[in-house]
Design a protein around this ligand. Structure first.
Ligand SMILES: *Cc1c(COP(=O)(O)O)cnc(C)c1O
Length: 418
């Protein structure tokens, strides 16, 4: 299959940058579950090690199954290259540590995934400070930019705050200061948007979620647009990588911190992701449809209030039309009135699985305040849109009539709670 630029999304998921295994004709790239690759001569291995010949040496550095997954991610995010990681958290960490030094500052949204907020706390021990803004807009970010600012980091659709970043506005602002915008696009997925089309410079995904789609492998991926100019006045550590031109960021990552931290993706997990990615379009179409219908149902239900960015009543409705063609993703949050009511609602559900994950084919529910945000202060929780009565729902592909019936009986039950 030839690689073309004019394939539609679902065709590209199957064919772009992918044609199976050239060696065997296997329709999927097999799992090369090995640690090392043998070579005919010492000279040959020297060439592979020094990137003078193509080939594989050691799975921490590269592996055919992982490489194939990276190429498919590169294609569907329209980047110039991708680096797969052992988890979404390692992708977030590596995407940032590739450019940061002690003394540097990050500007980030406060509605971030709980693990990312904890990570930014960990960065403090290494002299890296994060300034949190309530929502990432040109207006909130600009006053915090100074000489030490090295990056603006945001989740495109905040998990679980569900605030949406206006990428054109924010990227234009940060670029005018010579700073890149790194976007965690886990909850938006390439089905809703390619953030590079709107000025983002680097995209990260927790591919454990929608990319994998079946809830069977932890993984992450970093994709680079190749568009950002890493000027050495601000990014000193890029000096030796200038010779790679637009590949400077990826070359630095692969030859440096990512390789040396050893957070490579396992071949089996890369394989599971490559299987998952093929149905991303189908799943997201169904998931977003179900999420909207469920959100509309909650809107007309007494006793709960719903947050979903594609609802007309959401402050992000216009932006969702503009950036995502009206689709709002597959996560919504509810407020049930109290922690007791939230717990009763969760415990009354027949189909929803109580689990800390999103992006599965099955509907998942969680009480974020007592779980994902259990390490956060009250202020951090509030800024992240997490209250004592908040329930996060990761909507699945079940039949919507069953979901509505289930949530309907569960919301009835909370009326019994005083
Ligand atoms: C889950 C998640 C992460 C972390 O990914 P893991 O694969 O669990 O390490 C980061 N960002 C967002 C938005 C997530 O939902």
């Amino acid at each position: 299959m030839k690689v073309g630029d004019n394939m539609q999304f679902n065709t590209a998921l199957l064919h772009q940058n992918f044609s199976g295994d050239a060696y065997t004709g296997s329709t999927l790239m097999p799992v090369y579950q090995v640690s090392a690759f043998s070579h005919e001569s010492a000279e040959q291995l020297e060439k592979v090690f020094n990137q003078k010949a193509s080939g594989f040496a050691y799975t921490r550095i590269s592996n055919p199954t992982v490489d194939s997954f990276e190429k498919r991610m590169t294609a569907i995010e329209k980047g110039i290259g991708a680096v797969a990681c052992s988890s979404g958290m390692s992708a977030v960490a590596m995407s940032l540590l590739n450019i940061l030094e002690s003394g540097d500052e990050i500007i980030a949204g406060s509605g971030l995934f709980g693990g990312t907020i904890d990570l930014f706390e960990d960065f403090r021990a290494f002299g890296i400070t994060t300034h949190f803004v309530n929502s990432v807009t040109a207006e909130t970010v600009e006053p915090l930019i100074n000489k030490k600012t090295k990056v603006v980091f945001a989740e495109l659709i905040g998990n679980p705050k569900l605030d949406v970043v206006d990428l054109n506005e924010v990227s234009q602002l940060v670029h005018s200061y010579g700073i890149p915008l790194i976007i965690d696009s886990t909850t938006a997925t390439p089905y809703l948007i390619n953030p590079f089309d709107y000025g983002a410079d680097v995209v990260v995904h927790s591919s454990s979620k929608y990319i994998n789609g079946g809830g069977n492998s932890i993984s992450g991926v970093i994709v680079d647009s190749g568009k950002f100019q890493w000027k050495t006045e601000r990014y000193r550590s890029f000096e030796p990588y200038q010779k790679y031109g637009k590949f400077a960021y990826l070359a630095k990552l692969r030859n440096g911190i990512w390789r040396n931290f050893g957070c490579c993706l396992s071949p089996v997990n890369a394989f599971m992701n490559s299987v998952g990615i093929e149905t991303l379009g189908l799943r997201m179409e169904r998931l977003c449809g179900n999420a909207l219908k469920l959100a509309e149902f909650f809107e007309s239900t007494d006793g709960v209030s719903v947050n979903y960015p594609a609802l007309k009543t959401s402050p992000y409705y216009e932006l969702v039309q503009k950036q995502f063609g009206g689709k709002g993703g597959a996560i919504l949050t509810l407020r049930a009135g109290s922690k007791e009511k939230a717990f009763r609602l969760i415990n009354s559900l027949k189909y929803a699985t109580i689990a800390t994950n999103i992006g599965d084919v099955r509907t998942l529910v969680i009480h974020p305040s007592s779980t994902i945000y259990t390490h956060s202060s009250e202020e951090q929780k509030r800024n992240a849109g997490v209250y004592d009565d908040t329930i996060r729902i990761s909507v699945g592909i079940e039949d919507i009539s069953d979901l509505i019936e289930d949530f309907s009986q569960a919301t009835e039950k909370i009326k019994e709670v005083k």
